[in-house]
Ligand binder design. Structure first.
Ligand SMILES: Nc1ncnc2c1ncn2[C@@H]1O[C@H](COP(=O)(O)OP(=O)(O)OP(=O)(O)O)[C@@H](O)[C@H]1O
Length: 267
C-alpha cells in the first residue's frame, strides 16, 4: 500500500518497528520563505531512511530540524511537533545538549578538526567528562573499527587528520559520531564529495551501521537511495510528496511527480 492512502505517513509493513522520530504538521520558515510544509513523517529505528528531492526542496532543512541545528539561523520559525523517542524536542524545556549526545551528524564535505586522528575521536567524549586514557583508547579503537577505518589508521593515530584522503576523512567523521554513542546518525549528502570507490565504502558502512543505529541520509544520488535505504521520502517544494518502502518508491511510485523525479525528468 502506498503512503498517499495512509495517515501519518507510515509505510506498510512498519507496524512492528519502533518509531525514533515522529514529526506532526511540521512547518518551518526562514523569514518569509516557507521551507517545510506540514511534514508528517514517522522514521523507524535501525533502518536507513533516504530523503530525496530536487535542489531547494527542503531536504537539508528537514534533517537539520531533527537535531535543532537549524535554529542557528536567526530568522527561523517553526510550528508543529517533532518527537524523538516520544519526547517533544521543539519544546523550549527540552535541552538541546541532550539531543546532540544522541544524534550525530555527518556533512557533505568531510570536516575533521585540525587535530590528530586520536584527538578527533576523543573530542566529544572529553567534553562529556571522560578523562581516563584507558577508556579513551578503547573509545578510539571501537569508533574507528565501527567506521571501518581502524586498520588504515591504527599506526598513525597521532598524525593530523588532514593527512587522510577525502574518503578516509569522511569515515573518520563517522567514527567521531560513533564515539558519542548516538542512537541516530544524520547524513547530509555524505558521499557527494567522494570518488566512486570511497562512495562504495561509505555505502557498505551505512549498511553495517544500521544494525545498531537509525540512519537518515539526504542524497541526490537515486542509485544510492535505491541501494542502501529501507524507506525513502520524496520532498518537493517543502512538502513530502510520497514516503514509502524504497522498493515501492523506485518500482511503483504512486505519485507522477515521484516517477518524474526518479526517472530524471526534472530536478
Ligand atoms: N539559512 C537560510 N536562510 C534563508 N533561506 C534558506 C536558508 N537555508 C535554506 N534556505 C531556503 O530554504 C529552502 C530549502 O533549502 P534546503 O537547503 O533545505 O534545500 P535542499 O533540498 O537541501 O537543497 P540542496 O539539494 O540544493 O542542498 C530553499 O528555498 C532555500 O533557499
Amino acid at each position: 500500500m502506498s503512503l498517499s492512502t495512509m495517515t501519518n505517513n507510515e509505510p506498510a509493513g512498519s507496524d512492528e518497528k519502533k518509531i525514533v522520530y515522529d514529526t506532526k504538521d511540521l512547518n518551518l520558515w526562514y523569514g518569509q520563505t516557507h521551507a517545510l510544509k506540514d511534514i508528517n513523517l514517522s522514521i523507524y529505528e535501525k533502518e536507513v531512511t533516504a530523503i530525496i528531492g530536487p535542489s531547494g526542496c527542503g531536504k537539508s532543512t528537514f534533517i537539520k530540524t531533527l537535531n535543532r541545528m537549524v535554529e542557528l539561523v536567526p530568522s527561523v520559525r517553526t510550528s508543529g511537533t517533532i518527537e524523538y523517542n516520544g519526547k517533544s524536542i521543539l519544546d523550549k524545556s527540552f535541552k538541546v545538549e541532550d539531543l546532540r549526545t544522541r544524534v550525530g551528524m555527518v556533512f557533505q564535505k568531510p570536516n575533521p578538526f585540525p587535530k590528530s586522528i586520536y584527538d578527533n575521536i576523543t573530542y566529544g567524549p572529553k567534553i562529556h567528562g571522560i578523562r581516563s586514557k584507558k577508556i579513551l583508547d578503547e573509545i578510539v579503537e571501537r569508533s574507528l573499527r565501527g567506521a571501518s577505518i581502524w586498520d588504515e589508521v591504527k599506526d598513525r593515530l597521532k598524525e593530523n587528520a588532514y593527512g587522510l584522503s577525502g574518503g578516509q576523512q569522511q569515515r573518520l567523521c563517522i567514527a567521531r559520531c560513533l564515539a558519542i554513542e548516538p542512537d541516530v546518525i544524520l547524513m547530509d549528502e555524505p558521499t557527494s564529495a567522494l570518488d566512486p570507490k570511497s562512495t562504495l565504502r561509505i555505502e557498505e558502512l551505512v549498511q553495517e551501521l544500521k544494525k545498531e543505529y537509525s540512519i537518515i541520509i539526504v542524497t541526490h544520488n537515486m542509485q544510492q537511495a535505491a541501494r542502501i535505504s529501507d524507506k525513502t521520502a520524496f520532498f518537493l517544494n517543502g512538502e513530502v510528496i510520497e514516503y514509502d518502502q524504497t522498493d515501492n518508491i523506485f518500482t511503483n511510485p504512486s505519485d507522477n511527480r515521484t516517477e518524474d523525479y526518479i526517472s530524471g525528468r526534472f530536478g
